[in-house]
Design a protein around this ligand. Structure first.
Ligand code: AGP
Length: 610
Protein backbone atom coordinates (compact mmCIF):
# COMPACT_ATOMS: atom_id res chain seq x y z
CA UNK A 1 0.00 0.00 0.00
CA UNK A 2 1.00 3.64 -0.27
CA UNK A 3 3.92 4.96 1.74
CA UNK A 4 4.19 8.43 3.24
CA UNK A 5 7.25 10.32 4.46
CA UNK A 6 7.36 13.93 5.66
CA UNK A 7 10.22 16.11 6.86
CA UNK A 8 10.77 19.52 8.42
CA UNK A 9 14.16 20.67 9.76
CA UNK A 10 17.47 22.23 8.78
CA UNK A 11 18.43 19.82 6.00
CA UNK A 12 17.39 19.55 2.38
CA UNK A 13 14.15 17.56 2.36
CA UNK A 14 14.41 15.68 -0.97
CA UNK A 15 17.25 13.23 -0.07
CA UNK A 16 15.56 12.44 3.26
CA UNK A 17 12.19 11.86 1.60
CA UNK A 18 13.68 9.60 -1.10
CA UNK A 19 15.70 7.60 1.41
CA UNK A 20 12.61 7.18 3.60
CA UNK A 21 10.47 6.13 0.64
CA UNK A 22 13.08 3.49 -0.27
CA UNK A 23 12.59 1.97 3.17
CA UNK A 24 8.86 1.79 2.45
CA UNK A 25 9.23 0.19 -1.00
CA UNK A 26 8.31 -3.18 0.51
CA UNK A 27 4.75 -1.91 0.97
CA UNK A 28 4.18 -2.11 -2.79
CA UNK A 29 3.69 0.86 -5.16
CA UNK A 30 3.43 1.85 -8.78
CA UNK A 31 4.46 5.52 -8.75
CA UNK A 32 6.15 8.04 -6.50
CA UNK A 33 6.55 11.73 -5.87
CA UNK A 34 7.74 14.54 -3.61
CA UNK A 35 6.50 18.03 -2.81
CA UNK A 36 8.91 20.53 -1.27
CA UNK A 37 8.53 24.11 -0.13
CA UNK A 38 11.48 26.48 0.22
CA UNK A 39 9.77 29.34 2.07
CA UNK A 40 10.15 31.84 -0.78
CA UNK A 41 8.35 30.67 -3.92
CA UNK A 42 4.68 31.29 -4.61
CA UNK A 43 4.10 27.62 -5.22
CA UNK A 44 5.06 24.29 -3.77
CA UNK A 45 7.40 22.37 -6.08
CA UNK A 46 6.11 18.94 -6.99
CA UNK A 47 8.03 16.22 -8.86
CA UNK A 48 6.36 12.87 -9.49
CA UNK A 49 6.60 9.92 -11.83
CA UNK A 50 5.01 6.61 -12.67
CA UNK A 51 7.17 3.58 -11.92
CA UNK A 52 9.89 2.69 -9.45
CA UNK A 53 11.63 5.22 -7.24
CA UNK A 54 14.59 5.09 -9.61
CA UNK A 55 12.41 6.80 -12.27
CA UNK A 56 11.64 9.62 -9.83
CA UNK A 57 15.31 9.83 -8.86
CA UNK A 58 16.26 10.24 -12.52
CA UNK A 59 13.70 13.01 -12.91
CA UNK A 60 15.12 14.70 -9.80
CA UNK A 61 18.57 14.68 -11.45
CA UNK A 62 17.21 17.14 -14.01
CA UNK A 63 15.34 19.26 -11.49
CA UNK A 64 15.63 18.85 -7.74
CA UNK A 65 13.56 21.37 -5.79
CA UNK A 66 15.27 22.88 -2.81
CA UNK A 67 13.54 23.29 0.56
CA UNK A 68 13.70 22.06 4.13
CA UNK A 69 10.08 21.02 4.41
CA UNK A 70 8.52 18.36 2.24
CA UNK A 71 6.27 15.35 1.84
CA UNK A 72 6.90 12.22 -0.22
CA UNK A 73 4.73 9.36 -1.35
CA UNK A 74 4.76 5.97 -3.02
CA UNK A 75 1.35 5.25 -4.57
CA UNK A 76 -0.46 1.95 -4.93
CA UNK A 77 -3.24 2.81 -7.37
CA UNK A 78 -6.86 2.51 -6.28
CA UNK A 79 -8.65 5.41 -8.03
CA UNK A 80 -7.20 6.09 -11.45
CA UNK A 81 -4.50 4.18 -13.32
CA UNK A 82 -0.83 4.46 -12.32
CA UNK A 83 0.49 7.46 -14.28
CA UNK A 84 2.39 10.69 -13.62
CA UNK A 85 -0.74 12.80 -13.12
CA UNK A 86 -2.43 10.42 -10.69
CA UNK A 87 0.76 10.09 -8.62
CA UNK A 88 0.93 11.97 -5.32
CA UNK A 89 1.53 14.65 -4.03
CA UNK A 90 -1.55 16.46 -5.34
CA UNK A 91 -1.57 20.24 -5.35
CA UNK A 92 -4.60 22.47 -4.81
CA UNK A 93 -5.98 24.74 -7.51
CA UNK A 94 -3.83 27.78 -6.70
CA UNK A 95 -0.80 25.66 -5.78
CA UNK A 96 -0.57 26.75 -2.14
CA UNK A 97 -1.45 23.32 -0.71
CA UNK A 98 0.04 19.88 -1.45
CA UNK A 99 -1.23 16.59 -0.05
CA UNK A 100 -0.08 12.98 0.18
CA UNK A 101 -2.66 10.39 1.15
CA UNK A 102 -2.88 6.71 1.96
CA UNK A 103 -6.38 5.21 2.09
CA UNK A 104 -9.64 5.67 0.22
CA UNK A 105 -12.05 8.61 0.38
CA UNK A 106 -15.41 6.96 -0.13
CA UNK A 107 -17.47 10.14 -0.67
CA UNK A 108 -14.97 11.74 -3.04
CA UNK A 109 -17.50 11.99 -5.91
CA UNK A 110 -19.88 14.13 -3.84
CA UNK A 111 -16.99 16.29 -2.65
CA UNK A 112 -15.70 16.60 -6.20
CA UNK A 113 -19.10 17.78 -7.46
CA UNK A 114 -19.29 20.29 -4.62
CA UNK A 115 -15.82 21.63 -5.38
CA UNK A 116 -16.53 21.75 -9.12
CA UNK A 117 -19.62 23.85 -8.37
CA UNK A 118 -17.27 26.26 -6.58
CA UNK A 119 -15.04 26.51 -9.65
CA UNK A 120 -12.36 23.94 -8.82
CA UNK A 121 -10.86 22.03 -11.77
CA UNK A 122 -9.49 18.53 -11.32
CA UNK A 123 -6.32 17.27 -12.99
CA UNK A 124 -6.33 13.62 -11.87
CA UNK A 125 -8.71 10.69 -11.50
CA UNK A 126 -7.81 10.20 -7.84
CA UNK A 127 -9.92 10.52 -4.72
CA UNK A 128 -7.00 12.31 -3.05
CA UNK A 129 -7.17 15.44 -5.18
CA UNK A 130 -10.43 16.45 -3.45
CA UNK A 131 -8.50 16.71 -0.17
CA UNK A 132 -6.02 19.21 -1.61
CA UNK A 133 -8.79 21.40 -3.04
CA UNK A 134 -10.95 21.10 0.06
CA UNK A 135 -8.10 22.15 2.37
CA UNK A 136 -7.54 25.18 0.13
CA UNK A 137 -11.29 25.93 0.15
CA UNK A 138 -11.34 25.73 3.98
CA UNK A 139 -8.10 27.66 4.49
CA UNK A 140 -8.57 30.96 6.31
CA UNK A 141 -5.01 31.54 7.53
CA UNK A 142 -4.84 28.53 9.87
CA UNK A 143 -3.72 25.24 8.28
CA UNK A 144 -4.58 23.07 11.29
CA UNK A 145 -8.15 24.36 11.30
CA UNK A 146 -8.46 23.97 7.53
CA UNK A 147 -7.35 20.33 7.77
CA UNK A 148 -9.65 19.56 10.71
CA UNK A 149 -12.59 21.13 8.88
CA UNK A 150 -11.72 19.03 5.80
CA UNK A 151 -11.42 15.80 7.80
CA UNK A 152 -14.92 16.33 9.13
CA UNK A 153 -16.21 16.08 5.56
CA UNK A 154 -14.23 12.97 4.60
CA UNK A 155 -15.71 9.47 4.70
CA UNK A 156 -13.31 6.55 4.40
CA UNK A 157 -9.74 6.01 5.51
CA UNK A 158 -6.72 8.24 5.42
CA UNK A 159 -3.18 8.91 6.50
CA UNK A 160 -2.31 12.39 5.33
CA UNK A 161 0.56 14.81 5.03
CA UNK A 162 -0.36 18.40 4.12
CA UNK A 163 1.97 21.34 3.41
CA UNK A 164 1.07 24.95 2.61
CA UNK A 165 3.06 27.89 1.23
CA UNK A 166 1.45 30.22 3.77
CA UNK A 167 2.77 28.12 6.67
CA UNK A 168 6.47 27.50 5.87
CA UNK A 169 7.28 26.51 9.45
CA UNK A 170 4.85 23.62 9.91
CA UNK A 171 3.03 20.81 8.18
CA UNK A 172 -0.02 18.82 9.20
CA UNK A 173 -0.43 15.04 9.42
CA UNK A 174 -3.57 13.07 10.25
CA UNK A 175 -4.80 9.51 10.29
CA UNK A 176 -7.91 7.35 10.34
CA UNK A 177 -7.75 3.57 9.70
CA UNK A 178 -4.38 3.91 8.01
CA UNK A 179 -1.04 3.90 9.85
CA UNK A 180 1.03 7.02 10.47
CA UNK A 181 3.78 7.78 12.97
CA UNK A 182 5.57 10.98 13.89
CA UNK A 183 9.36 10.76 14.38
CA UNK A 184 10.86 13.13 16.92
CA UNK A 185 14.34 14.39 16.10
CA UNK A 186 16.56 17.28 17.27
CA UNK A 187 15.60 20.43 15.38
CA UNK A 188 13.88 18.19 12.84
CA UNK A 189 10.75 16.08 12.83
CA UNK A 190 9.29 13.47 10.53
CA UNK A 191 6.16 11.59 9.61
CA UNK A 192 6.07 8.14 8.03
CA UNK A 193 3.81 5.20 7.31
CA UNK A 194 6.24 2.88 9.05
CA UNK A 195 9.22 3.05 11.40
CA UNK A 196 12.07 1.92 9.02
CA UNK A 197 11.58 5.12 6.97
CA UNK A 198 12.88 7.32 9.79
CA UNK A 199 14.88 4.94 11.96
CA UNK A 200 18.15 6.37 10.66
CA UNK A 201 17.29 9.71 12.29
CA UNK A 202 15.36 8.87 15.44
CA UNK A 203 14.09 6.03 17.64
CA UNK A 204 11.53 8.20 19.42
CA UNK A 205 8.10 8.29 17.88
CA UNK A 206 4.50 9.19 18.51
CA UNK A 207 1.97 6.68 17.22
CA UNK A 208 -1.04 8.65 16.03
CA UNK A 209 -4.45 7.28 16.99
CA UNK A 210 -7.48 7.32 14.71
CA UNK A 211 -8.84 10.77 13.93
CA UNK A 212 -5.83 12.52 15.38
CA UNK A 213 -4.02 15.38 13.76
CA UNK A 214 -0.39 16.38 14.31
CA UNK A 215 0.99 19.83 13.74
CA UNK A 216 4.67 19.20 12.99
CA UNK A 217 7.23 21.99 13.32
CA UNK A 218 11.00 21.55 13.27
CA UNK A 219 11.26 21.96 17.05
CA UNK A 220 7.85 20.77 18.28
CA UNK A 221 5.02 18.36 17.60
CA UNK A 222 1.49 18.98 18.87
CA UNK A 223 -1.24 16.38 18.62
CA UNK A 224 -4.97 17.22 18.46
CA UNK A 225 -8.22 15.30 18.32
CA UNK A 226 -10.82 15.93 15.64
CA UNK A 227 -12.41 18.60 17.86
CA UNK A 228 -9.14 20.54 17.80
CA UNK A 229 -8.35 19.79 21.46
CA UNK A 230 -4.73 19.07 22.37
CA UNK A 231 -3.96 15.43 23.19
CA UNK A 232 -1.14 14.18 25.38
CA UNK A 233 0.84 11.28 23.96
CA UNK A 234 3.70 9.24 25.41
CA UNK A 235 6.83 8.77 23.34
CA UNK A 236 7.30 5.24 22.03
CA UNK A 237 10.96 4.22 21.89
CA UNK A 238 11.89 1.80 19.11
CA UNK A 239 14.32 -0.78 20.45
CA UNK A 240 15.02 -2.87 17.37
CA UNK A 241 17.95 -2.22 15.13
CA UNK A 242 18.00 -0.79 11.61
CA UNK A 243 19.97 -3.85 10.43
CA UNK A 244 16.80 -5.93 11.07
CA UNK A 245 15.20 -3.95 8.27
CA UNK A 246 18.13 -4.30 5.83
CA UNK A 247 19.23 -7.17 3.61
CA UNK A 248 22.52 -7.85 5.39
CA UNK A 249 24.27 -9.59 2.49
CA UNK A 250 21.28 -11.66 1.34
CA UNK A 251 20.09 -11.33 -2.23
CA UNK A 252 16.50 -10.74 -1.18
CA UNK A 253 14.60 -9.93 2.00
CA UNK A 254 12.53 -13.07 1.52
CA UNK A 255 15.46 -15.48 1.79
CA UNK A 256 16.92 -13.45 4.66
CA UNK A 257 13.60 -13.71 6.47
CA UNK A 258 13.31 -17.46 5.84
CA UNK A 259 16.82 -17.87 7.28
CA UNK A 260 15.70 -15.84 10.30
CA UNK A 261 12.87 -18.26 11.10
CA UNK A 262 14.76 -20.20 13.81
CA UNK A 263 15.50 -16.92 15.59
CA UNK A 264 11.97 -15.58 15.08
CA UNK A 265 10.35 -18.73 16.45
CA UNK A 266 12.77 -18.87 19.35
CA UNK A 267 12.13 -15.22 20.25
CA UNK A 268 8.40 -15.88 20.14
CA UNK A 269 8.46 -19.11 22.11
CA UNK A 270 11.27 -18.66 24.65
CA UNK A 271 9.71 -15.93 26.80
CA UNK A 272 6.55 -18.05 27.03
CA UNK A 273 8.23 -21.42 27.76
CA UNK A 274 9.19 -21.02 31.38
CA UNK A 275 10.62 -24.06 33.26
CA UNK A 276 8.14 -26.80 32.55
CA UNK A 277 5.19 -24.48 31.91
CA UNK A 278 3.67 -22.19 29.31
CA UNK A 279 3.23 -18.60 30.48
CA UNK A 280 1.28 -16.29 28.20
CA UNK A 281 2.46 -12.86 29.32
CA UNK A 282 -0.47 -10.79 30.46
CA UNK A 283 -3.07 -12.65 28.43
CA UNK A 284 -5.07 -13.50 31.42
CA UNK A 285 -7.57 -16.04 30.11
CA UNK A 286 -8.52 -17.74 33.36
CA UNK A 287 -9.75 -21.28 33.95
CA UNK A 288 -13.21 -19.86 34.70
CA UNK A 289 -13.28 -17.80 31.49
CA UNK A 290 -12.11 -20.75 29.37
CA UNK A 291 -14.58 -23.12 31.03
CA UNK A 292 -17.56 -20.99 29.93
CA UNK A 293 -16.15 -20.14 26.49
CA UNK A 294 -18.60 -21.36 23.83
CA UNK A 295 -16.72 -20.68 20.65
CA UNK A 296 -13.55 -19.16 19.20
CA UNK A 297 -13.50 -17.20 15.96
CA UNK A 298 -10.10 -16.83 14.33
CA UNK A 299 -10.20 -13.87 11.93
CA UNK A 300 -7.46 -12.91 9.47
CA UNK A 301 -6.45 -12.49 5.82
CA UNK A 302 -4.03 -14.31 3.51
CA UNK A 303 -1.13 -16.02 5.22
CA UNK A 304 -2.40 -15.02 8.65
CA UNK A 305 -5.71 -16.71 7.76
CA UNK A 306 -3.81 -19.89 6.89
CA UNK A 307 -2.09 -19.72 10.29
CA UNK A 308 -5.62 -19.54 11.69
CA UNK A 309 -6.61 -22.74 9.85
CA UNK A 310 -3.73 -24.56 11.57
CA UNK A 311 -4.89 -22.91 14.81
CA UNK A 312 -8.37 -24.34 14.36
CA UNK A 313 -7.08 -27.90 14.00
CA UNK A 314 -4.75 -27.56 17.00
CA UNK A 315 -7.09 -25.67 19.35
CA UNK A 316 -10.10 -27.90 18.62
CA UNK A 317 -8.03 -31.05 19.00
CA UNK A 318 -6.55 -30.11 22.36
CA UNK A 319 -9.27 -27.96 23.96
CA UNK A 320 -12.47 -29.35 22.42
CA UNK A 321 -13.71 -25.75 21.98
CA UNK A 322 -15.36 -25.24 18.57
CA UNK A 323 -13.28 -22.92 16.42
CA UNK A 324 -14.36 -21.13 13.24
CA UNK A 325 -11.74 -19.57 10.98
CA UNK A 326 -13.01 -16.58 9.05
CA UNK A 327 -11.64 -14.44 6.26
CA UNK A 328 -11.84 -10.95 7.72
CA UNK A 329 -13.28 -9.49 4.51
CA UNK A 330 -16.18 -11.97 4.66
CA UNK A 331 -16.74 -11.92 8.41
CA UNK A 332 -17.40 -8.20 8.65
CA UNK A 333 -20.21 -8.23 6.09
CA UNK A 334 -22.02 -11.47 6.86
CA UNK A 335 -23.86 -10.58 10.05
CA UNK A 336 -21.91 -13.15 12.10
CA UNK A 337 -23.37 -14.81 15.19
CA UNK A 338 -21.00 -13.50 17.85
CA UNK A 339 -21.63 -12.74 21.50
CA UNK A 340 -19.89 -12.17 24.82
CA UNK A 341 -19.33 -15.89 25.32
CA UNK A 342 -17.09 -15.95 22.27
CA UNK A 343 -13.40 -15.16 21.91
CA UNK A 344 -12.13 -13.63 18.68
CA UNK A 345 -8.49 -14.23 17.83
CA UNK A 346 -7.36 -11.73 15.19
CA UNK A 347 -4.07 -12.61 13.49
CA UNK A 348 -2.08 -9.98 11.59
CA UNK A 349 1.61 -9.50 10.93
CA UNK A 350 1.30 -5.78 10.21
CA UNK A 351 -1.53 -5.10 12.64
CA UNK A 352 -2.82 -2.61 10.06
CA UNK A 353 -4.76 -4.79 7.59
CA UNK A 354 -7.97 -2.86 7.15
CA UNK A 355 -10.24 -5.88 6.62
CA UNK A 356 -8.92 -7.48 9.82
CA UNK A 357 -9.23 -4.23 11.77
CA UNK A 358 -12.84 -3.76 10.65
CA UNK A 359 -13.68 -7.39 11.47
CA UNK A 360 -12.13 -6.89 14.91
CA UNK A 361 -14.40 -3.90 15.49
CA UNK A 362 -17.40 -5.90 14.31
CA UNK A 363 -16.64 -8.76 16.72
CA UNK A 364 -16.01 -6.29 19.55
CA UNK A 365 -19.26 -4.46 18.88
CA UNK A 366 -21.09 -7.77 19.25
CA UNK A 367 -19.50 -8.41 22.64
CA UNK A 368 -16.63 -10.80 21.89
CA UNK A 369 -13.35 -10.47 23.72
CA UNK A 370 -10.49 -9.76 21.32
CA UNK A 371 -7.14 -11.48 21.55
CA UNK A 372 -4.83 -10.42 18.77
CA UNK A 373 -1.65 -12.04 17.45
CA UNK A 374 0.36 -9.20 15.99
CA UNK A 375 3.97 -8.61 14.95
CA UNK A 376 4.10 -4.81 14.82
CA UNK A 377 4.13 -3.27 18.27
CA UNK A 378 1.67 -0.42 18.73
CA UNK A 379 -0.20 -1.15 15.47
CA UNK A 380 -3.94 -0.44 15.20
CA UNK A 381 -5.05 -4.04 15.74
CA UNK A 382 -2.82 -4.37 18.81
CA UNK A 383 -4.15 -1.14 20.27
CA UNK A 384 -7.80 -2.03 19.77
CA UNK A 385 -7.57 -5.54 21.26
CA UNK A 386 -8.37 -6.60 24.82
CA UNK A 387 -5.20 -8.69 24.90
CA UNK A 388 -2.23 -8.86 22.56
CA UNK A 389 0.18 -11.71 21.91
CA UNK A 390 3.20 -10.22 20.16
CA UNK A 391 5.04 -12.48 17.73
CA UNK A 392 8.64 -11.43 18.01
CA UNK A 393 9.53 -12.12 14.38
CA UNK A 394 11.24 -8.74 13.88
CA UNK A 395 10.46 -6.52 10.88
CA UNK A 396 9.18 -8.48 7.89
CA UNK A 397 9.92 -6.57 4.71
CA UNK A 398 9.33 -9.00 1.82
CA UNK A 399 5.72 -8.85 0.66
CA UNK A 400 5.51 -12.64 0.92
CA UNK A 401 5.07 -13.41 4.59
CA UNK A 402 7.38 -16.18 5.83
CA UNK A 403 8.87 -15.91 9.32
CA UNK A 404 5.71 -14.19 10.59
CA UNK A 405 3.71 -17.31 9.64
CA UNK A 406 5.96 -19.64 11.67
CA UNK A 407 5.60 -17.35 14.67
CA UNK A 408 1.83 -17.10 14.22
CA UNK A 409 1.72 -20.91 14.31
CA UNK A 410 3.82 -20.80 17.48
CA UNK A 411 1.13 -18.59 19.02
CA UNK A 412 -1.63 -20.98 17.93
CA UNK A 413 0.11 -23.94 19.60
CA UNK A 414 0.81 -22.00 22.79
CA UNK A 415 -2.88 -21.04 22.98
CA UNK A 416 -4.00 -24.63 22.28
CA UNK A 417 -1.77 -26.09 25.00
CA UNK A 418 -2.45 -23.37 27.58
CA UNK A 419 -6.23 -23.35 27.05
CA UNK A 420 -6.41 -27.16 27.06
CA UNK A 421 -4.47 -27.47 30.27
CA UNK A 422 -6.69 -24.91 31.97
CA UNK A 423 -9.82 -26.66 30.72
CA UNK A 424 -8.48 -30.03 31.80
CA UNK A 425 -8.73 -31.55 28.32
CA UNK A 426 -5.05 -32.53 28.35
CA UNK A 427 -2.94 -33.75 31.27
CA UNK A 428 0.04 -31.95 32.76
CA UNK A 429 2.29 -34.62 31.22
CA UNK A 430 0.83 -34.12 27.75
CA UNK A 431 1.26 -30.35 28.07
CA UNK A 432 4.86 -30.89 29.13
CA UNK A 433 5.46 -33.17 26.14
CA UNK A 434 4.21 -30.49 23.71
CA UNK A 435 6.08 -27.77 25.58
CA UNK A 436 9.37 -29.66 25.28
CA UNK A 437 8.74 -30.37 21.63
CA UNK A 438 8.11 -26.67 20.94
CA UNK A 439 11.42 -25.91 22.58
CA UNK A 440 13.22 -28.04 19.95
CA UNK A 441 11.57 -26.45 16.94
CA UNK A 442 13.97 -23.54 16.24
CA UNK A 443 16.89 -25.95 15.85
CA UNK A 444 14.82 -28.21 13.59
CA UNK A 445 13.96 -25.30 11.28
CA UNK A 446 17.62 -24.35 11.26
CA UNK A 447 18.46 -27.77 9.86
CA UNK A 448 15.85 -27.43 7.11
CA UNK A 449 17.14 -23.99 6.12
CA UNK A 450 20.73 -25.26 5.99
CA UNK A 451 19.70 -28.17 3.73
CA UNK A 452 17.99 -25.92 1.17
CA UNK A 453 20.16 -26.80 -1.85
CA UNK A 454 18.10 -29.85 -2.78
CA UNK A 455 14.98 -27.67 -3.06
CA UNK A 456 16.85 -25.15 -5.20
CA UNK A 457 17.95 -27.91 -7.61
CA UNK A 458 14.43 -29.31 -7.88
CA UNK A 459 13.06 -25.80 -8.54
CA UNK A 460 15.61 -25.33 -11.34
CA UNK A 461 14.01 -28.26 -13.20
CA UNK A 462 10.40 -27.09 -12.76
CA UNK A 463 10.27 -23.31 -12.77
CA UNK A 464 8.53 -23.31 -16.16
CA UNK A 465 5.56 -25.28 -14.77
CA UNK A 466 2.21 -23.81 -15.77
CA UNK A 467 0.22 -25.11 -12.83
CA UNK A 468 1.17 -26.74 -9.53
CA UNK A 469 -1.09 -28.52 -7.06
CA UNK A 470 -0.61 -28.88 -3.33
CA UNK A 471 -2.47 -31.71 -1.63
CA UNK A 472 -2.54 -32.71 2.00
CA UNK A 473 -4.76 -34.13 4.71
CA UNK A 474 -5.58 -32.66 8.11
CA UNK A 475 -2.93 -30.18 9.18
CA UNK A 476 -1.09 -30.91 5.94
CA UNK A 477 -4.11 -29.54 4.07
CA UNK A 478 -3.89 -26.31 6.10
CA UNK A 479 -0.18 -26.22 5.31
CA UNK A 480 -0.84 -26.84 1.60
CA UNK A 481 -3.04 -23.73 1.43
CA UNK A 482 -0.14 -21.60 2.62
CA UNK A 483 2.40 -23.39 0.38
CA UNK A 484 0.18 -22.76 -2.62
CA UNK A 485 -0.41 -19.07 -1.76
CA UNK A 486 3.32 -18.50 -1.31
CA UNK A 487 4.07 -20.02 -4.70
CA UNK A 488 1.45 -18.10 -6.64
CA UNK A 489 2.07 -14.69 -5.10
CA UNK A 490 5.75 -14.56 -6.04
CA UNK A 491 6.19 -17.03 -8.93
CA UNK A 492 2.90 -16.10 -10.70
CA UNK A 493 2.40 -19.81 -11.41
CA UNK A 494 -1.19 -20.96 -11.13
CA UNK A 495 -1.57 -23.15 -8.09
CA UNK A 496 -4.32 -24.70 -5.99
CA UNK A 497 -4.43 -26.47 -2.68
CA UNK A 498 -6.74 -29.43 -2.17
CA UNK A 499 -7.59 -31.79 0.65
CA UNK A 500 -6.21 -35.20 -0.33
CA UNK A 501 -9.61 -36.84 0.14
CA UNK A 502 -11.25 -34.30 -2.15
CA UNK A 503 -9.20 -35.19 -5.23
CA UNK A 504 -11.56 -37.88 -6.41
CA UNK A 505 -14.44 -35.37 -6.31
CA UNK A 506 -13.15 -33.41 -9.25
CA UNK A 507 -9.60 -32.14 -9.01
CA UNK A 508 -7.98 -35.32 -10.18
CA UNK A 509 -9.35 -34.52 -13.65
CA UNK A 510 -6.71 -31.78 -13.83
CA UNK A 511 -3.77 -34.09 -13.18
CA UNK A 512 -2.04 -35.12 -16.38
CA UNK A 513 1.40 -36.22 -17.57
CA UNK A 514 4.01 -33.99 -15.94
CA UNK A 515 1.71 -32.03 -13.58
CA UNK A 516 3.72 -31.07 -10.51
CA UNK A 517 2.05 -31.99 -7.20
CA UNK A 518 3.49 -31.03 -3.81
CA UNK A 519 2.47 -33.48 -1.08
CA UNK A 520 3.26 -32.91 2.61
CA UNK A 521 3.01 -36.08 4.73
CA UNK A 522 3.60 -35.05 8.32
CA UNK A 523 0.45 -36.41 9.96
CA UNK A 524 1.11 -39.88 11.36
CA UNK A 525 -2.57 -40.87 11.52
CA UNK A 526 -3.16 -39.89 7.88
CA UNK A 527 0.13 -41.15 6.46
CA UNK A 528 -1.26 -44.22 4.65
CA UNK A 529 -4.22 -42.29 3.29
CA UNK A 530 -1.87 -39.66 1.90
CA UNK A 531 0.38 -42.32 0.34
CA UNK A 532 -2.70 -43.57 -1.50
CA UNK A 533 -3.35 -40.04 -2.78
CA UNK A 534 0.23 -39.90 -4.06
CA UNK A 535 -0.29 -43.20 -5.84
CA UNK A 536 -3.51 -41.83 -7.40
CA UNK A 537 -1.81 -38.77 -8.89
CA UNK A 538 1.30 -40.73 -9.93
CA UNK A 539 -0.94 -43.12 -11.83
CA UNK A 540 -2.13 -40.10 -13.86
CA UNK A 541 1.43 -39.01 -14.69
CA UNK A 542 2.06 -36.43 -11.92
CA UNK A 543 5.55 -35.46 -10.78
CA UNK A 544 5.44 -35.56 -6.97
CA UNK A 545 7.50 -33.56 -4.51
CA UNK A 546 6.85 -35.05 -1.06
CA UNK A 547 7.72 -33.43 2.26
CA UNK A 548 7.93 -35.83 5.17
CA UNK A 549 9.74 -36.73 8.38
CA UNK A 550 13.21 -38.30 8.07
CA UNK A 551 11.94 -41.61 9.44
CA UNK A 552 9.52 -41.98 6.49
CA UNK A 553 11.95 -40.96 3.74
CA UNK A 554 12.72 -44.49 2.51
CA UNK A 555 9.09 -45.44 2.32
CA UNK A 556 7.97 -42.25 0.53
CA UNK A 557 10.89 -42.41 -1.93
CA UNK A 558 9.24 -45.50 -3.47
CA UNK A 559 6.38 -43.33 -4.73
CA UNK A 560 7.51 -39.71 -4.99
CA UNK A 561 9.92 -38.17 -7.50
CA UNK A 562 11.71 -36.20 -4.83
CA UNK A 563 11.46 -36.37 -1.04
CA UNK A 564 12.31 -33.34 1.06
CA UNK A 565 12.78 -34.37 4.66
CA UNK A 566 12.15 -32.50 7.86
CA UNK A 567 13.49 -33.76 11.22
CA UNK A 568 11.25 -36.21 13.10
CA UNK A 569 8.80 -34.39 15.35
CA UNK A 570 5.27 -34.46 16.77
CA UNK A 571 2.65 -34.52 13.99
CA UNK A 572 0.57 -31.81 15.65
CA UNK A 573 3.45 -29.32 15.68
CA UNK A 574 5.00 -30.27 12.34
CA UNK A 575 3.49 -27.41 10.28
CA UNK A 576 5.80 -24.87 11.98
CA UNK A 577 8.78 -26.60 10.38
CA UNK A 578 7.17 -28.21 7.31
CA UNK A 579 6.18 -24.84 5.83
CA UNK A 580 9.83 -23.84 5.45
CA UNK A 581 10.61 -26.14 2.46
CA UNK A 582 7.48 -24.82 0.75
CA UNK A 583 8.55 -21.21 1.29
CA UNK A 584 12.01 -22.06 -0.05
CA UNK A 585 10.48 -23.78 -3.06
CA UNK A 586 8.35 -20.68 -3.84
CA UNK A 587 11.39 -18.46 -3.36
CA UNK A 588 13.63 -20.37 -5.76
CA UNK A 589 10.89 -20.69 -8.38
CA UNK A 590 10.45 -16.91 -8.28
CA UNK A 591 14.19 -16.19 -8.47
CA UNK A 592 14.61 -18.59 -11.39
CA UNK A 593 11.76 -16.91 -13.25
CA UNK A 594 13.50 -13.59 -12.79
CA UNK A 595 10.65 -12.06 -10.82
CA UNK A 596 10.86 -9.20 -8.37
CA UNK A 597 10.78 -11.58 -5.40
CA UNK A 598 10.35 -9.05 -2.60
CA UNK A 599 7.89 -6.84 -4.42
CA UNK A 600 5.63 -9.11 -6.49
CA UNK A 601 3.34 -7.48 -9.01
CA UNK A 602 0.01 -6.02 -7.86
CA UNK A 603 0.66 -6.87 -4.20
CA UNK A 604 1.32 -4.73 -1.16
CA UNK A 605 2.81 -5.68 2.18
CA UNK A 606 0.34 -3.87 4.33
CA UNK A 607 -3.17 -3.84 2.86
CA UNK A 608 -4.68 -0.75 4.40
CA UNK A 609 -7.55 -0.36 1.97
CA UNK A 610 -10.54 -2.61 1.33
C1 AGP B 1 1.36 -13.02 2.62
O1 AGP B 1 2.40 -13.59 1.92
C2 AGP B 1 0.56 -12.08 1.91
N1 AGP B 1 1.33 -11.11 1.27
C3 AGP B 1 -0.76 -11.63 2.54
O2 AGP B 1 -1.62 -12.69 2.32
C4 AGP B 1 -0.83 -11.24 4.02
O3 AGP B 1 -0.59 -12.34 4.82
C5 AGP B 1 -2.21 -10.64 4.32
O4 AGP B 1 -2.41 -9.49 3.54
C6 AGP B 1 -2.42 -10.32 5.78
O5 AGP B 1 -1.51 -9.38 6.25
P1 AGP B 1 -1.31 -9.14 7.79
O6 AGP B 1 -0.79 -10.39 8.41
O7 AGP B 1 -0.35 -8.00 7.88
O8 AGP B 1 -2.66 -8.77 8.34
Amino acid sequence: MCGIVGYIGNKQAVPILIEGLKKLEYRGYDSAGVAVYNGNDDNINVVKAKGRLSVLENKLKTYCPDGMMGIGHTRWATHGEPNDVNSHPHASQNGIIAVVHNGIIENYMQLKEFLQSKGYCFQSDTDTEVIAHLVEYNYRGDLLNAVIKTLNDLEGSYALGVICTQCPDEFIAARKDSPLIVGIGKNENFIASDIPAILKYTRDIYILEDKEIACVKKDSVSIYNILGEKVKRDIFHVDWDISSAEKGGFEHFMIKEICEEPKAVKSTLSPRLKDSKIVLDNINLTKEYLAQLEKIYIIACGTAYHAGVVGKYAIEKLTRIPVEVELASEFRYRDPIVNKNHLSIVISQSGETLDSLMALREAKKRGARILSVVNVVGSSIARESDNVFYTWAGPEIAVASTKAYNTQLSAMYLFAIDFALKRGTISVDEAKKYRNELDRIPSLIEKIVNDREKIQKFASRHYNAKSIFFIGRGLDYALSMEGSLKLKEISYIHSEAYAGGELKHGTIALIEEGTLVVCPLTQESLFDKMLSNIKEVKARGAVVMAITHEKHALMVEKYADIVITIPDMESLLSPIAAITPMQLFAYYMSVLKGNDVDKPRNLAKSVTVE
